[in-house]
Write a protein that binds this ligand. Structure first.
Ligand code: AHR
Length: 514
């Protein structure tokens, strides 16, 4: 006898292949915290082919269509993505960067060696004007990371003045000479990067004092309502770093404290980006879930010193980090992007949403051709990765109001170890519609999910899904749309209860209307 799809689902359920233990409650009437759109930020470093080739191809000597040297295909993709902010020029590179070498006539700009990333020559052809004009073009707020490790207080204050002072100062006149009349009014500034490591190998106490000194002289010339100054923060679970900064830096000069966490197998052998085993997949998911613990525990320390939550936790580097693709420069950090990366993005963005009271800025590392990119390029070709699709599906949460959630999830089990299989977050947008994002990281099992909608009535549901036949699947230049967003019609809404089944390693975003 031919089995109906319902009876197949039923037999999978009996055989333990579908888990029915996932119960979510959404308290839609208790929504109050804004999910800052800046949680969906990106990061572009002078590293490998992120800037050169990935975004900037120069105005001359290229067949690639561009606007002022920036690829038109990349501009369009980033506009569509609604990138809220873009961090630049590093990373470790930021603490070596001399911004004055990147302004003025390109032919006259001095070169430098990019000591952190492959030892290649940096000709400074992409500089401050190029970056800030690109941000304007894609509608993103710039986030400039200042050089504290090898620069001076004067260098950084001059940079602030150059980009923000309206008129009449040596720096504003220099900017005008270089073709930009109006200031850009850059609000978000990083005071160094990874000060405990590539940014100067400082102690937290020493960096706190250095921060106070730099921050004092970063005047707000603009009408940005005050600069948003971010202290270089901890790596992973270095809670002592956060505690020292919160204790020693006066809170009126501190808008955010950073945190970096990469989902990496081990810093020795990071494993392959495509042909990974289930053991490696499980470990990556374990690392991705650690973001929940890091965010919670750093927030608890911040709560002690800043109970009103005025200072943000800024996760300005996150994502998967694997061995580079065979045959590519080891210093360029070029890796493929599979459904595993979609899982990292799905989990992480749900974590950030659910901690929106403290996490108000975050930046995926990195935007093009480096680490967990949303875009890969190869000469004139460009593709959107699974991570791009997840970030785009989730952008419905930008500046929406977080809906408090309670989740009972089944476990994804591997060799006796367990991880939470289903992650979710929800928000209400300005029109009153409800968006729910769900990720099932299980390597094999679909997950049946029941969502109780408390507080308000909704009558219509629609959705989108990102899924693929194999967890190792990726978009290639030969097959750039292998993994693409599809309509999801599998959610049933009845009397305030929503039911759906999430396929293994899938991301679903549902939209509910009244
Ligand atoms: O994103 C790559 C590097 O990782 C950054 O330059 C640095 O800040 C971090 O260690």
């Amino acid at each position: 006898m031919k089995k109906t799809s319902l009876s197949i689902v039923f037999s999978l359920f009996l055989s333990g292949m579908i888990s029915a233990q996932n119960k979510i409650t959404l308290n839609t009437d208790l929504a109050k915290t804004k999910i800052d759109k800046h949680i969906y930020g990106h990061f572009a470093e002078h590293l490998g082919k992120c800037i050169y080739g990935g975004m900037y191809v120069g105005e001359n000597n290229t067949k690639i269509p561009n606007t002022n040297g920036v690829r038109n295909d990349v501009i369009k993709a980033l506009k569509d993505l609604k990138v809220p902010n873009l961090r630049w020029p590093g990373g470790c590179f930021a603490d070596t960067y001399q911004w004055k070498d990147g302004i003025g006539p390109k032919a006259k700009r001095p070169s430098m060696i990019n000591a952190w990333w492959g030892g290649v020559t940096e000709d400074n052809s992409f500089g401050t004007h190029d970056f800030l004009d690109l941000c304007e073009r894609i509608g993103a707020e710039p986030y400039l990371a200042g050089n504290v490790g090898s620069g001076t207080v004067k260098d950084l204050t001059d940079w602030v003045t150059y980009v923000n002072h309206p008129t009449g100062s040596p720096m504003s006149e220099l900017r005008k000479q270089n073709g930009r009349e109006k200031p850009w009014n850059v609000k978000i500034w990083g005071v160094g990067n990874e000060a405990w490591g590539c940014g100067g190998n400082m102690t937290a106490e020493h960096y706190s004092n250095i921060y106070r000194q730099y921050a004092t002289f970063m005047a707000d010339w603009s009408n940005t309502g005050g600069l948003y100054r971010i202290a270089s923060g901890a790596s992973d679970g270095d809670y002592a770093w956060t505690e020292t900064l919160m204790k020693n830096i006066p809170h009126n000069m501190l808008s955010g404290v950073a945190l970096h966490h990469y989902s990496v197998l081990s810093w020795g052998d990071k494993g392959p980006s495509v042909d990974f085993t289930e053991a490696q997949y499980f470990k990556t998911m374990d690392e991705a879930w650690k973001m929940e613990e890091f965010v919670t525990r750093h927030s608890t320390i911040m709560d002690k010193y800043d109970p009103a939550k005025k200072i943000a936790l800024v996760v300005d580097e996150w994502g998967g980090w694997y061995n580079v693709e065979a045959g590519t420069n080891p210093g360029f950090l070029y890796q493929q992007n599979t459904m595993r990366d979609a899982m990292i993005a799905g989990i992480t963005l749900n974590i950030f949403n659910n901690h929106a009271d403290r996490v108000r800025v975050a930046n995926l590392a990195q935007i093009v051709n480096v680490l967990q990119s949303v875009i890969l390029t190869n000469e004139e070709k460009m593709l959107l990765t699974p991570t791009y699709h997840v970030m785009k599906m989730y952008n419905v949460h930008q500046d929406a109001t977080l809906v408090p959630i309670s989740i009972e999830s089944a476990s994804y089990e591997y060799q006796g170890k367990k991880l939470t299989a289903v992650s979710a977050s929800a928000s209400k947008d300005a029109t009153g519609s409800l968006n729910v994002s769900l990720t099932n990281i299980d390597f094999a099992k679909p997950q049946e999910v029941t969502i109780n909608l408390r507080g308000e009535d909704f009558t219509k549901v629609s959705g989108q899904i990102l899924a693929s036949a194999k967890i190792n699947d990726f978009n290639s230049f030969e097959n750039p749309n292998k993994i693409a967003v599809q309509d999801f019609k599998g959610a049933k809404l009845e009397k305030g209860v929503l039911k759906l089944t999430l396929p293994a390693y899938s991301v679903v975003v549902l939209n509910l209307k009244k």
